[in-house]
Structure formats: structure tokens, C-alpha cells
Design a binder for this molecule. Structure first.
Ligand code: AMP
Length: 263
């Protein structure tokens, strides 16, 4: 399974990613963590990212795209991964599409953690105050002023990705303001929903129509009508006719029997 967690800083992406790691055995790929590690190690990428991160701005697209590409090629990412904090811009999302296609991979879903910004700011400010009171170490970007800048960057550069993934039919939105276990449950439901969409409709679903037909409430539809009235989500997943043909019913007529005898 390959997922993206989308949401502003402080929405709980990291917490939910950890839950998904435990539940599905995926790896969490957090570009923020990767960049912080690079900064600590003083690598060229770290040196390039340090000041940008300290200002609450976004690191250039090509830098994050290259670290993500290297990371998804690692053996532990083969089982699947959760992208946390990436993509953050439309060019990053397009680069991810190309990268996945190149590796023959596809995304399963994009989970948007929808939050109320005012409540989110209050929540983060009180968390920072509590941590400070307990004498705990804060992350360098855990300060209210920087948070406002990071939120502004999210609104301007990352929020358009909601529409991007909606257009691609990948977006699942959950209420990020709910208690943590409830958000985790919503995410699980959203994911089981996407699996259900990929499965063919169960035969039992046809029953109400069969009953109605027997009762004379609906007439027989033409083949074209049946095709066009299907659920669009299922129609989109139908293989094109050319690909289905090899699995089509075998020929059974006298002509076919004669041909088989000759082979
Ligand atoms: P995060 O821990 O995800 O909030 O990221 C911390 C900081 O790392 C961000 O404020 C950005 O400066 C930088 N960063 C993380 N991910 C990205 C990304 N995908 N694109 C650009 N900058 C990023």
C-alpha cells in the first residue's frame, strides 16, 4: 500500500503515520525528518536546507524529490510506504507521479487530514507551552511565529494539492480535529473503502434489481443502456475491450469444433 498523508503542520500526520506503520507494516517516509537528519549530519543537502527550514519556507522541489526517490528505492520501502510531508507543491506531486510510473508503482490513496486552522494554532500553542513548562526540548521550528509562516506556506503551496488529488480520484478526507483514535479509525475506513472500490461489485448487489424486474417494475435495458448506467468508479476500472477479448468465452459452434480437430 502506498499512501500520502496531506495536511498542514500540526494536523497529526506523524502520529497517524505511526499508527499506519504499526497496523500495515508500511514505512513512514517523512521528508521533514530526512531533512532534519541531513541538517544534523551537515551534509550538502542539510546545509542547503537549514536556513530555509529555519524560516518556515519550503526547500526547493528538486532537493526533496531527489531524497524521496532515493528513499523509495530502498528495500524496506518495497512493501509499501506512507509519505508524510511530501509532496508539498504541485511540481513535487507531478514528479512523484513520474517517479512511481518509472518504478511501475501506483498510489493507493491520499488521505487529507482536514483541520480548523484557528483551533489548530490554539492546540499547537498550548502544546508548545506545556512542553516548555515541563522543560522538554522543542523542535527548532516549534514556535508560534514560525508556525504561522509554515501555515502560510501550506495554504499557498500545498493546499492546491487537494484539488490535484481530487481530480485524480485519489483523495479521501477525514476529520483531523477528532480525537487521535477516531482519526485513525476514519483513515482505516477510508482505506477499506478504496479497496472495496477496486473489487468487482458483489453478486448480491444485483438482487434488488432482479426482484424489481420480476415484479415488473423495470424493463429490460439494452446493452448500451446497461453500460452507461454503471457506477462511474467501476466503469473507469473496467479493462478496455481489446484487453478483455483474450479471456472471452471460447468458441463452441460446429465451425470451432472443426477448427480444433484440424489443429
Ligand atoms: P515537517 O516536519 O514535514 O513539517 O517539515 C519541516 C520543514 O522541512 C518544512 O517546514 C520545510 O522547510 C521542510 N520540508 C519538509 N518536507 C518538505 C517538502 N516536501 N518540500 C519542501 N520542504 C519540505
Amino acid at each position: 500500500m502506498r499512501l500520502i498523508l496531506l495536511g498542514p503542520p500540526g494536523a497529526g500526520k506523524g502520529t497517524q503515520a505511526q499508527h499506519l506503520v504499526a497496523k500495515y507494516g508500511l514505512v513512514q517516509l517523512s521528508t521533514g525528518d530526512m531533512l532534519r537528519t541531513a541538517v544534523k549530519a551537515g551534509t550538502p543537502i542539510g546545509r542547503q536546507a537549514q536556513d530555509i527550514m529555519a524560516q518556515g519556507a519550503l526547500v526547493p522541489d528538486d532537493v526533496v524529490v531527489s531524497i524521496v526517490e532515493q528513499r523509495i528505492e530502498q528495500p524496506d520501502a518495497r512493501k509499501g510506504f506512507i509519505l508524510d510531508g511530501f509532496p508539498r507543491t504541485e511540481p513535487q506531486a507531478e514528479a512523484l507521479d513520474r517517479m512511481l510510473a518509472k518504478h511501475g508503482l501506483a498510489l493507493d490513496a491520499v488521505i487529507e487530514l482536514k483541520v480548523d486552522e484557528v483551533a489548530l494554532i490554539r492546540r499547537i500553542e498550548s502544546r508548545i507551552a506545556e512542553m516548555t513548562a515541563r522543560g522538554e526540548t522543542l523542535r527548532p521550528d516549534d514556535n508560534p511565529e514560525l508556525l504561522h509562516r509554515r501555515l502560510a506556506a501550506y495554504r499557498a503551496q500545498t493546499e492546491p494539492l487537494i484539488a490535484y488529488y481530487q481530480r485524480h480520484g485519489m483523495l479521501r478526507t477525514v476529520d483531523g480535529m477528532a480525537p487521535i483514535p477516531d482519526v485513525a479509525r476514519q483513515i482505516e475506513q477510508a482505506l477499506s473503502g478504496s479497496e472495496a472500490l477496486a473489487r468487482p461489485a458483489p453478486a448480491a448487489k444485483a438482487k434488488p434489481r432482479a426482484v424489481a424486474k420480476k415484479a415488473g417494475k423495470i424493463g429490460k435495458k439494452s446493452k448500451t443502456q446497461r453500460k452507461t448506467s454503471r457506477n462511474p468508479a467501476q466503469t473507469a476500472r473496467r479493462r478496455p475491450a481489446a484487453k478483455r477479448r483474450p479471456n472471452a468465452k471460447p468458441e463452441v459452434g460446429a465451425k470451432a469444433r472443426r477448427r480444433n480437430r484440424r489443429r
